[in-house]
Design a protein around this ligand. Sequence first.
Ligand code: PEP
Length: 248
Amino acid sequence: MPSPSVKFVAGNWKMNGLSPQLAEVSALIEALRAADGGPRVALFPPATLIHAAAALSAGSAVELGCQDVHSQPSGAHTGDLSAEMLFDAGARLALVGHSERRTDHGETDEVVRAKTEAALRAGLEPVICLGETLAEREAGQTLAVVARQLAGSLPDSLAGRAFCVAYEPVWAIGTGLTPTLAQVEEVHAALRAGLDSRFPTNTAAILYGGSVKPSNAAELMAARGVDGALVGGASLTCADFLPIVRAA
Ligand code: PEP
């Protein structure tokens, strides 16, 4: 299974951003307007901003995604949003299985698989997140954990469809800590091998995520097997995110 030919830099705003923050979307669009041949770029704002951000980004180089989807298309699920609703609001990609969802909402691999199916059903490109905890890494279980998550979180229906995987060590998210390049390359190679055997004809990016900043983005994205980055905190302002995009 080949890597995409261009890198992919995605920004996850998490539960951050009120309407004035849309100025950061506009600034990024403007900064990338003249860019030729750069990486693929996407932002995942909170659901409340997707519709307005989609209006701003129409026809631009910035794609839009959502941070979660419900597995059902509609129904009695107060407070939840279906993949179809998020597509309708303007999302074209969906994060699924982010570690904050797995931890805060008890999402299992089975739930993540159902959400991935829902994203595909609605026409959203899923970005499936996985990664080990610090305890799992220290116990030497990293490769076993990500292999289990890859097997459990990715439905067979991804065959022939556009999707990405984001390797995000839980202990590196929002902590300022990052794995060594050798550790990143080891996991990415294992994930690529796992994807190769299950989805030999797909092209899927494997992103690295966890404390990517302007200062470390270039070396992390140049690591063997890294097809781009999923960026949290440093995606909230154009001033921080743009240098990461340019480092790809
Ligand atoms: C994330 O939210 O996916 C993430 C990687 O966060 P941060 O870059 O802040 O560590």
